[in-house]
Design a protein around this ligand. Sequence first.
Ligand code: C2E
Ligand code: MG
Ligand code: MG
Ligand code: MG
Length: 291
Amino acid sequence: YHAKKKGNSYLFFNDTMNRQAVKRLQIENLMRFGLKEDHFEVYYQPKMNIRTGKLTGMEALVRFITPKKGIISPGVFIPIAEETGQIIDIGEVVLNKACRDVKKWLDDGLFNGRVAVNLSAKQFSLPDLTSRIDIILQKNALPSYFLELEITEGTVMDDPNEAINIMRSLSARGIHLAMDDFGTGYSSLAYLKQFPLNTLKVDKAFIDDMKNERGRNMVDSIVTIAHNLDLHVVAEGVEQAHQIDILKTLNCETVQGYYYSKPLSKDEFTEFLKQQQSKATPSLISSKKSN
Ligand code: C2E
Ligand code: MG
Ligand code: MG
Ligand code: MG
């Protein structure tokens, strides 16, 4: 009985491994095809000023829209793309489309701020990273001022001293740098001080944990450290009104999350920008109504 059970679990294990390998290969092939056929789209999630409720920026988030398998989540395909190296080409598609869209919103007078684009570790360590970015900005006639790059602790802690050099060359171009998912990785405070960052994004896990006092103290401490280092703070994954209330008392200035909006397609985001504009300059009639 024992041997048979062992045998079964061995078979099961083997089968699961197999299915995983097949799925990975399937996604790898879908991505190769998707890169050729333009199946990668960019969605945008607003970043809002917590006090004014106005838009301050947006994050570009890739969406893999396949004709046969529907939308495949970044959580599924990004790790595979990282391993195969396809993230480099996907990342360029995202950067290119994000620059194109922001340039259009800028020219149409709908937006005048930065778009944040996620940069993977593989992209970050490309020897010609800065010239690749320069080329994309030039191609879209977008000044580097309008770009922000989000990197994670894992990306910079691999070789922190080399990371500082790369970050300096990006920062020297006027590109802003944000530390994404802050608090989930292994970055040391000693390095945090040395990185030429502009923004710290507090991971959703900490925002969720504000339910209890220790969790609130934790976010309070992170915001204080960020401000002491002259960094902006963005709270990620904010879903509820009471989280907004707490974040206000903790002096967190910027919020991103479903509470304000899910990531939107280019067209939906254009509508969002138009709504924001009409909010910013209310007509006499609508301001009378609200009195
Ligand atoms: P991230 O950069 O930390 O992006 C934030 C993620 O949180 C997004 O998931 C967003 O949709 C989600 N989110 C925002 N607000 C809320 C909320 O209130 N509740 C919940 N439950 N989720 C919220 P998404 O788009 O699935 O992306 C997941 C991750 O995939 C990103 O995390 C980022 O690490 C990676 N990713 C996405 N697009 C790109 C890309 O273009 N390049 C690279 N290298 N990575 C990307
Ligand atoms: Mg991000
Ligand atoms: Mg994040
Ligand atoms: Mg994340």
